[in-house]
Design a protein around this ligand. Structure first.
Ligand SMILES: Nc1nc2c(ncn2[C@@H]2O[C@H](COP(=O)(O)OP(=O)(O)OP(=O)(O)O)[C@@H](O)[C@H]2O)c(=O)[nH]1
Ligand SMILES: [Mg+2]
Length: 694
């Protein structure tokens, strides 16, 4: 069955690791009648955590999609991973959803990932709510968790449901919006709808008052009515809350015990009644002139859609997940892949419950589905009916923070490894793969050791190959500190005619980051113009391998000031060789130094780890630039040499018990000397010898 745009809702469940997202997803499917029996994450049989890597580790690694029907609406629900290593899949579901639910553990309140996710939702201006899980634990505190949210995020969440008791005396929840109570019945039974028990009536009425105020704030006409009459009808409340939620004036809060199916019916009712319709949202595309344009989700326009994710399934092959932005996508039709500039025929289209696919005929704007076995579609590609020239913006993802160099243990497996790595970059856009020509290494990068380890394990298993990893080489540079000059004559007499070229070079330092400048200062034809390209080539070759440790030379200006040629024996080659050697000579006399890359690092940690993290950064030769603290979470900004950061994701994990995270980007090159430089030179010598042997 296909659902028109008005009848689709998209929600992503996100949150700190282990807050119960997958359990909530599973039991929403059960409550929605999709599965006959809910499974536990421990059993390894949940709809969402279905890949072998998820079953082995009992955590979510990939985004999963399912849907339930409620009040003739199709509610698409994403379950997302909590570990920050898999943030790519979380961010893509944020893009595809008009509402995000943050799961928060009622025992611990806001945790570090909750804060990072909240910040991400804030910049995306995404309507959001919170679901407080674990109300069956004695330490669970619903009001305390909401107060924590209020303090940290400066918004006051308004409960849609409130818990009746906690820990062993937990009974269920009250749906304050619809004035009903739901009693918990156990793991395999739906919660039971009853009248609000007398003992909770007063509390429920007080919370309902706040909800009415929130609804009244959503719409001016309702504000007036509320002021006049002191109350609103149920229809008016829905209308007000829909508007308040879409306008970010209202953050709904829910309580429950998902493994016991508690608190889920009122949540599904809310999704069907109040959560934003796709038509309230827009995506952003670039037109032919690279100008950004908002594209409202609208079924009345011709087809346009975005490929949000690609997966490779053992049975179905390549799956391209698409979100329809405008129009509709029908099975068996021709589409245009705007990004690849190619027409393509789409065969069957599907919706899914986890990895189980269901064939459908049509997908309307706002809905999310799957195209299988596409020849051209890749993640981030734009599909349209014809060539509209509009391309949706690529998903913005954080830069990788952890890199390792890899190679297949057996040389014959290199190609297999390369293909599998390319496929992995397609499945997870935070994962990168590149061959570094300078260090001659295949370097893979991503969001952390866990993500990279899982990708490599999967490749080893599926491809049946052995893979070795090591810490990647740092791309050092060399430069000079003072002016110098040198001359070199290249002269060779072999058989017929010989080789002859003489150059005199002046070199001098340039400011950091300026690269290289060449000037021809020859007057009067000492070196004819046609040999100058040879001279430049020689200098470039000389700069490719410096005189200290054979690293590329940067920030140098070079001028040819004099030279000599021979009418018969001179050639471009002779001048190239002369210039290369002259450059080397000049460099040796110009007080050369090694430069190391220094990165700008931002570390996010709970305040209690601040001291340890700062002293670790100082020990890594880091320079602390500043620090802010909001709601118990500190952002530390520092500059740290790259060579000290190669295992930082591992170090930070151990300092902060896995809660800290960081972002990193290149900042500048800085000179090194003394022991540190000596070590680099020694390591380079060993590395160059190995290189020559190969
Ligand atoms: N007692 C109790 N246990 C819960 C509740 N919610 C989740 N759990 C348990 O908490 C554990 C973690 O739950 P998951 O659903 O895997 O948590 P998650 O948020 O999906 O975890 P990641 O995907 O790793 O981020 C499981 O053993 C659940 O059974 C709850 O409300 N009460
Ligand atoms: Mg999970």
């Amino acid at each position: 069955m296909s659902y028109t745009s008005d009848n689709v809702r998209n929600v992503s469940i996100a949150g700190h690791g282990g807050t119960g997202k997958t359990t909530l997803f599973e039991h929403l499917l059960f409550t929605g009648g999709v599965i006959a029996r809910p499974e536990t994450v421990d059993s390894g049989k949940t709809v969402s955590d279905s890949s072998s890597e998820e079953i082995d580790r009992k955590i979510s690694i990939h985004a999963s999609l399912g849907h339930v029907e409620r009040k003739n609406r199709k509610i698409n629900i994403f379950d997302t991973p909590g570990s920050s290593d898999f943030t790519g899949d979380v961010i893509l579901t944020f893009r595809a959803s008009e509402f995000v639910l943050l799961a928060v553990d009622g025992r611990s309140g806001v945790q570090i990932e909750t804060i990072k996710l909240w910040r991400g939702l804030e910049t995306r201006k995404k309507p959001r709510g919170v679901f407080v899980t674990r109300m069956d634990a004695d330490q669970a505190d619903f009001a305390g968790t909401l107060a924590d949210i209020k303090e940290k995020f400066k918004v006051d969440p308004v409960p849609i449901t409130i818990p009746m008791g906690r820990g062993s005396s937990y009974k269920g929840v009250i749906d304050v919006l619809n004035e009903k109570a739901y009693l918990v019945q156990g793991e395999t039974a739906l919660e039971k709808e009853v009248e609000i028990p007398a003992e909770f009536k007063e509390e429920a009425a007080a919370v309902r008052e706040r909800l009415i105020e929130a609804a009244a704030e959503g719409d001016d006409s309702l504000t007036d009515k509320y002021l006049e009459q002191g109350s609103l009808s149920p229809e008016e409340m829905h209308k007000g809350l829909i508007e308040a939620l879409a306008d970010h004036k209202f953050v709904p809060a829910f309580a429950g015990v998902p493994p016991k199916n508690s608190g889920l019916v009122p949540f599904l009712e809310f999704l069907a009644d109040v959560s934003p319709a796709p038509g309230t949202a827009k995506d952003i595309a670039k037109d032919g002139e690279d100008k950004e344009r908002e594209v409202p989700i609208d079924p009345a326009k011709p087809l346009s859609a975005l490929v949000i994710k690609t997966t490779f399934d053992q049975f179905s092959g390549k799956l391209s997940w698409v979100k329809i932005i405008t129009g509709k996508l029908a099975a068996d039709c021709e589409i245009f892949n705007v990004t690849e500039n190619k027409k393509e025929r789409v065969g069957k289209i599907y919706i899914c419950q986890g990895k189980k696919l269901e064939e459908i005929n049509e997908l309307y704007a706002g809905d999310i589905g799957i195209v299988t076995k596409s020849s051209t579609l890749r993640t981030n590609d734009t599909i349209s009916a014809g060539d509209s020239g509009l391309q949706f913006l690529h998903l913005r993802l954080p830069e990788p923070v952890h890199s390792v160099a890899v190679n297949a243990t057996a040389k014959k497996d290199e190609d297999k490894l390369g293909e599998a790595l390319i496929r992995a970059t397609e499945e997870d856009k935070t994962f990168r793969y590149e061959f570094n020509a300078e260090t001659k290494e295949t370097v893979i990068s991503g969001m952390g050791e866990l993500q990279i380890g899982i990708i490599l394990d999967k490749i080893k298993q599926n491809q049946k190959i052995e893979v070795e990893t090591h810490i990647p080489h740092v791309a050092y540079r060399e430069t000079i500190n003072k002016k110098s000059s040198a001359e070199y004559t290249h002269k060779k007499q072999t058989g017929g005619h010989g080789q002859y070229g003489k150059v005199v070079l002046d070199i001098g330092p340039l400011s950091r980051g300026s690269g290289y400048k060449f000037e021809n200062k020859i007057f009067g034809g000492a070196v004819p113009k046609n040999y100058i390209p040879g001279v430049e080539k020689g200098i470039t070759e000389g700069m490719a391998r410096g005189t200290i440790a054979q690293y590329p030379v940067v920030d140098v200006e070079v001028a040819i000031v004099d030279g000599k040629y021979h009418p018969v024996d001179s050639s471009e080659l002779s001048f190239k060789l002369a210039a290369r050697n002259a450059f080397r000579e000049a460099m040796k006399q110009a007080n050369p130094t090694l430069l190391e890359p220094v990165m700008k690092v931002t570390v996010f940690v709970e305040e209690k780890y601040l001291g340890d993290v700062m002293s670790d950064l100082s020990g890594k030769r880091g320079k602390i630039l500043g620090q802010d603290s909001v709601g118990g979470i500190a952002d530390i900004r520092a500059q740290v040499p790259q060579s000290e950061l190669l295992r930082y994701s591992i170090d930070l994990r151990s300092i902060t018990s896995g809660t800290g995270s960081f972002s990193v980007e290149f900042d500048h090159y800085a000179p090194i000397s003394g022991r540190i430089a000596e070590d680099v030179i020694k390591a380079s010598e060993a590395f160059r010898v190995k290189e020559e042997e190969e």
